[in-house]
Design a protein around this ligand. Sequence first.
Ligand SMILES: [Zn+2]
Length: 210
Amino acid sequence: MPELLELTPEGLYCRAGDFHVDPWRPVPRAVVTHGHADHARSGMGVVHAANAGLGLLRWRLGESQPLEGHAYGESFALGDARVSLHPAGHVLGSAQVRIELDGEVWVVSGDYKRDEDPTCAAFEVVPCDVFITEATFGLPVYRWRPRPRRLGLAAAHLPRDRCQARARDARQHRRAGARAARRGYRRCRAENRTRRRELTAPHARLRRPL
Ligand SMILES: [Zn+2]
């Protein structure tokens, strides 16, 4: 049986359904996992996406981009394939793409997270035969702090002067955060270098089993 998805210059392509997932270049039919710029690009014939993410996609891709929304879990036909979108827990409207053909199921995760997040639907485990996963920060040197329980979502309802004060605070926090991130990144690179040296050293497996 041929592979359900293959890599083409435009991105991941499903021949049975004649569509791409998060294509890099304009194609007639795209299934887009979410509205971030490295996944959603303009110029597609039509973009299929989760209903919850249509607002973000409209804002990013412009009024002229045809969009077709789907509820999470709703199964729809593209060519010979059945496709459905399932919550990925990454941002509002983010979706994993489930593709089924002749009883075989493949899932493309898109960006996802399994932490609790009040801004979007929680990640859903989708049983499948083949799972294609994003792993942007997959190296074990990346460690994340637990997410704070309360997020500052109420800022829009504050008087203007308090909003400005909060925006100022947020800018200062971001600058401090960026400095800390740069420090963390340098530390990660150093750890990676050490780890690479250990792994490529003669008899590395004997000295430090993986
Ligand atoms: Zn993303």
